[in-house]
Design a binder for this molecule. Structure first.
Ligand code: ZN
Ligand code: ZN
Length: 561
């Protein structure tokens, strides 16, 4: 069936297929032996994704006090948020009564209003980085050691500013989606690369710089689409001696030179490199992008080992799910945000190891719960109040009837009830809006926090060009971002890395750097266009107006290999 997005600013038509309806039926919860059907979505897939992302602040970290101990903590919730925030070790302990905030459902008022009230009084953890060592400024980041601003990334050591599922990396700085890399900087979606900078979609490369889609290469500079090559400069084969001489003459420890080759890298991407329409590896009947070892995955992005998923994002080992955002080991999930090891969930956010849990947030190892916030190891709870199994099974259908009457059943938590301002969340990264657009929709906007006053401020343009001329004292200065004027600092660990790698000091604020790396990734959307080699119709994440050369899978493989 063809539907129209109900958001007044969108109104995009979208298709709900028979497959979607069959999956929705499977995802519908059962109470007292009766299935409570989830209705077709009212928002288009993009608006649904945007709404979930508005509940996700990944990288804006603040100092605030723990509402239980009064101790200062690092948190994704700034001090002005009207939430109850506990130090994560306190939150995970059994030292407080999780059910103290429980309340009976009031049938005269809408569900989301009551859930929202509960969510502000029930304690939530300040941040999530348990199992990490010496890595205070990290979030959604387990088991990191000596890391700083490591976001949505785990099992890394001595890494700074690495994000978006960067795992098992060592000594890396400013990377996005890198796995098993060492001594890398400014790399995006790379695997097993060593001693390299400015790589995009590269694998098994070492001592390479400014390369795109290269595999098993070493000592290459400014190259694209190469396999098993050595000593290439802008795709021209040189002898080892020629290559070394060439590189020595460049002096990439200078910002001006690094900037020149970054510009060249972007122009190679646009004019010379060949791009495959979408990336799917060892997958069957799947559409989307970056689909690895999947079956029957449709309009989904960054997926591995998944089966029967629709409109899903960043999933691993997930089955029979729709609109699931970043679950690892998930099954039967609908409209979820970051629910690892979750089975049969609808509208859940940041909840792990849950079964048959609906409309809940920050619940861990819970079973059969509805509308709960911040519980561990509980069963048969509604709005954090404990019931017997019989009462639970009898009460939930009555609440669903009320939700249906109010048009709430089948929806994720409403955008305006997110504790975060729009521009604090990942929604701003994927669906950037101006302050004006955000406030017009009744959503929140946050002015960026002032940096603690630094006595010495230097505009980025005034920094010495070469890393060798940067004094160690730079760590005591605030640098004004060349693009946004937002002041930022270089930390000691970062300076040491830059000196060791002979890289110039960055001139952009870390958020701006992140934004530029994100821009290297394509939108999570498919367009129709023609293969520029054989003319066959293809689906691709490159919008037709883009200048890049895009080939179908077959032509790409024939040309590159
Ligand atoms: Zn829409
Ligand atoms: Zn082709």
């Amino acid at each position: 069936m063809q539907l129209k997005c109900k958001n007044s600013w969108c109104r995009q038509p979208f298709e709900v297929t028979d497959d979607d309806l069959a999956l929705l039926k499977e995802l519908s919860p059962v109470f007292g032996g009766e299935k409570f059907l989830l209705p077709p979505p009212t928002l288009c897939p993009d608006c649904r994704q945007q709404r979930r992302l508005m509940y996700r602040n990944e990288r804006q970290l603040y100092h605030r006090t723990c509402d239980r101990t009064g101790k200062e903590v690092i948190s994704i919730y700034s001090q002005d948020k009207p939430c109850t925030v506990y130090d994560q070790t306190v939150w995970w302990s059994d030292d407080w009564d999780q059910l103290a905030t429980g309340r009976a459902f009031d049938f005269r008022r809408p569900f989301f209003e009551q859930f929202s009230e509960l969510s502000y009084v029930a304690p939530r953890p300040c941040i999530m980085n348990m199992g990490s060592e010496n890595s205070a400024f990290t979030h959604h980041a387990p088991y990191n050691k000596n890391c700083y601003m490591c976001i949505n990334s785990g099992y890394n050591q001595d890494c700074l500013y690495i994000t978006n599922f960067s795992i098992h990396c060592k000594d890396c700085v400013d990377c996005l989606g890198t796995q098993h890399c060492e001594l890398c900087a400014e790399c995006v979606d790379c695997k097993k690369c060593v001693s390299s900078t400015h790589l995009h979609e590269c694998e098994n490369c070492s001592d390479c710089r400014f390369c795109y889609d290269c595999q098993a290469c070493s000592d290459c500079f400014g190259c694209w689409n190469l396999r098993h090559r050595k000593y290439c400069f802008e795709n021209e084969q040189l002898t080892e001696a020629e290559y070394r001489r060439k590189l020595q003459s460049l002096d990439t420890a200078r910002w001006a030179i690094a900037e020149k080759y970054e510009r060249a890298f972007h122009s190679h991407l646009e004019q010379k490199a060949i791009h495959r329409n979408i990336l799917t590896i060892q997958s069957e009947r799947s559409t989307g992008n970056r689909i690895v070892q999947c079956k029957n995955v449709r309009d989904s992005y960054y997926m591995f080992d998944c089966e029967d998923c629709i409109h899903c994002f960043d999933c691993g080992d997930t089955k029979s799910s729709m609109d699931a955002l970043e679950p690892y080991h998930g099954e039967l999930q609908y409209e979820t945000n970051g629910c690892n090891l979750g089975y049969h969930l609808y509208a859940c956010s940041k909840s792990y190891e849950c079964r048959n849990v609906y409309l809940s947030e920050y619940c861990f190892s819970c079973t059969d719960c509805f509308g709960c916030f911040g519980l561990h190891r509980q069963r048969h709870c509604i709005l954090n109040k404990q019931y017997s199994e019989e009462e639970y099974e009898r009460l939930v259908p009555q609440i669903i009837a009320k939700m249906r009457a109010d048009g709430e059943w089948g929806e994720f938590f409403p955008e305006e009830r997110s504790p975060f301002a729009y521009n604090e969340t990942v929604a701003q990264e994927y669906y950037p809006l101006t302050q004006n657009d955000v406030t017009k929709r009744g959503w929140k906007w946050k002015e960026s926090e002032e940096m603690p006053k630094m006595n010495r401020v230097i505009p980025a343009a005034k920094l010495p060009d070469r890393i060798d001329d940067i004094p160690d004292d730079i760590v005591n200065w605030a640098i004004e971002c060349a693009a946004t004027n937002r002041p930022f600092r270089i930390i000691k660990q970062e300076l040491e890395f830059l000196q060791k790698m002979r890289l110039p000091v960055p001139r952009f604020h870390p958020d701006e750097r992140h934004k530029r790396r994100m821009a290297l990734r394509n939108p999570r959307h498919l367009w129709s266009r023609k293969c520029q080699k054989c003319g066959k119709g293809i689906e691709t994440t490159y919008v037709p107006e883009r200048p890049e050369v895009v080939y179908c899978e077959e032509c790409y493989l024939k040309t590159v290999y």
